[in-house]
Design a protein around this ligand. Structure first.
Ligand code: ADP
Length: 534
């Protein structure tokens, strides 16, 4: 017997209508390229988003056509996040940190027909647009305004979308192989928004009363869903424009009464450094929590923020393929009242899955592993906002299991209460004498040393053990440490065979376009020398 409920379609126009109806006077604030702050209300932003939708329809684009953006975080990009899908088109966010050749490949593979580009990024677009099928270019601060001005947004042609139609697409940064396109539907985007809102990590949930500053770029993984989440709950938004340095961010936090922010660890390490240097300069008493994800949040950083500055770090895990948020640090049951050290242990893990997301980990033979906090295997995931395939990339079909789970490529253990602990990405894992060594755990431990600013651990070939760990270390300015100091520092907490044989002091760790350690480059730098020095 079927239920007797409405077949109400989960599509983005519903949150657009809600925001303009109920939260019309809430603000979206943007730091402009000249560093001044621009302010717009949700009512005006939604009107402009509808104007964009109509303008693209009048341009002759067809339903489902891809419209790209090449933009920083600002109110026009926010309009595109809503206006493009609400018009029946697919928002394709291009990652401005990629090489022009990669951008040409991605825009062509996606079949982009139009692009909205920041004036400052036009020179980048010019380097690859000729090698794509893009027919229409609109420059923000320029003819993009003419595009909007040319239509009457009250002539709203609701495309009556089906919830399974595509809303947006993102290519994963492609640290291995060619970039792959993930194609989100209206339904998956809506459910992701609802799931994140319902997850309420560490009882710090987001509501209309919040002021959210997403540091996470809108050109990567849906800005972790914040444009939609904020619109959904009616929270104030503060977009940082291109200014992602610690000082600019801290100033914006104070000025705009920011209560919630989100970004990768590199950003927060910089902010913690500045707060430690100048404690008391910034009043962050309104800040409820800062979400850290994209790479493991080091425990020392989590503790540093809480103990020295009273700021809660919430740790999240996810992938472009999972919309991206799949888990975050929940402190459930007695953990909510546990002492600081216990809480930091749990926050430095990758948390519990969001409602509607399921997880398991399996070994190389496909056996489901126990939740004992020890057994390491590949994490698999399923849920309504997890990709079911890559866009026109059939050769990648083996990333999905026969019984419908997505293989994340992350090697984890699961704790008895269900907490995920990421040990490595499968391609980064170190196997020494047949035993796995977690580079992430060594990195976190090294970054707790007072002289260490950053540390990345990689495998280098070894004749006897097959692979051995090597630590590339960036020292804090004015501080010193020898390899022996660092090894002694690690020794009490790790099995002897885990201790890196080599420490290489470098001026910086190479990073990917979104600030993750680029371990392939480190391996190229150091693997060749292994035979000589070991
Ligand atoms: P890419 O796969 O191209 O690097 P993603 O942004 O989709 O781009 O990266 C997802 C990966 O980032 C995850 O599979 C995981 O390895 C890593 N990751 C994300 N969040 C965390 C976290 N909190 N801790 C450790 N690793 C993380």
């Amino acid at each position: 017997m079927n239920g007797l409920m409405m077949d109400y379609q989960l599509t983005l126009p519903t949150i657009l209508r809600r925001a303009e109806t109920y939260f019309g006077d809430k603000e979206i604030v943007t730091r402009l390229p000249d560093r001044s702050f621009h302010r717009i209300t949700y009512a005006e932003s939604c009107r402009r988003a509808r104007a964009l939708a109509v303008a693209l329809q009048e341009l002759g684009l067809e339903r489902g056509d891809r419209v790209a953006t090449l933009c920083w975080n600002h109110y026009q990009h926010h309009e595109a996040y809503l206006g493009i899908p609400c018009g029946g088109f697919v928002l394709h966010t291009l990652n401005l940190r990629l090489h022009p050749n990669d951008l040409a490949y991605i825009a062509t593979h996606a079949g982009d027909r139009a692009v909205i580009v920041d004036r400052s990024l036009k020179p980048l677009l010019d380097q690859f647009v000729g090698n794509t099928k893009i027919e229409h270019v609109f420059v923000v601060e320029d003819d993009y305004e003419d595009l909007l001005a040319g239509v009457d947004p009250d002539v709203w042609r609701d495309p009556q979308l089906d919830e399974n139609e595509a809303a947006a697409m993102c290519y994963t940064s492609g640290t291995t192989g060619l970039p792959k396109g993930v194609l989100y539907s209206h339904r998956s985007t809506m459910l992701h928004t609802v799931g994140v809102a319902a997850s309420n990590p560490m009882s710090l949930g987001i509501s209309e009363a919040d002021s959210i500053l997403p540091v996470v770029p809108m050109f990567h993984a849906n800005a972790w869903g914040y444009p939609y989440l904020a619109t959904f709950v009616g929270a104030k938004l503060v977009y940082p424009g291109p200014y992602l340095d610690p000082q600019s961010l801290l100033d914006a936090f104070v000025q705009e009464g920011v209560t919630w922010s989100a970004g990768v660890p590199t950003i927060w390490l910089g902010i913690l450094g500045l707060l430690d240097e100048d404690p008391g300069t910034w009043d962050l008493s309104r800040m409820k929590g800062m979400l850290v994800g994209g790479s493991a949040a080091p425990r020392a950083m989590i503790a540093g923020f809480k103990q020295r500055h009273g700021i809660n770090i919430v740790h999240g895990w996810g992938m472009t393929e999972t919309s991206p948020v799949a888990s975050n640090s929940q402190l459930v049951g007695d953990l909510a009242d546990a002492d600081d050290e216990t809480q930091f242990d749990y926050i430095s893990m990758q948390g519990l899955p969001l409602p509607l997301v399921e997880l398991r980990h399996r070994d190389e033979d496909g056996n489901v592993l126990p939740w004992d906090g020890e057994s390491m295997g590949e994490l698999e995931i399923r849920g309504p906002w997890v990709a079911a395939g890559y866009y026109e990339t059939p050769e990648q079909a083996d990333r999905w299991t026969d019984d419908g789970w997505f293989r994340t490529g992350d090697v984890v253990s699961l704790h008895p209460r269900g907490y995920i602990q990421i040990k490595d990405r499968s391609k980064d894992v170190i196997k020494s004498g047949g035993e796995w060594i977690s580079s992430v755990e060594l990195e976190n431990a090294l970054m707790a040393h007072p002289a260490v600013a950053e540390a990345a651990v990689i495998a280098v070939p070894d004749a006897k053990w097959d692979e051995r760990p090597l630590a590339a270390v960036v020292l804090r300015e004015g501080r010193t440490a020898t390899p022996e100091d660092l090894r002694d520092f690690l020794a009490p907490n790790f099995a002897k065979f885990w201790l890196p044989d080599r420490f290489e002091f470098v001026s910086e760790i190479p990073k990917t376009s979104v600030g993750k350690f680029r371990k392939t480059e480190l391996r190229e730098m150091f693997a060749a020398q292994a035979a000589v020095s070991s």
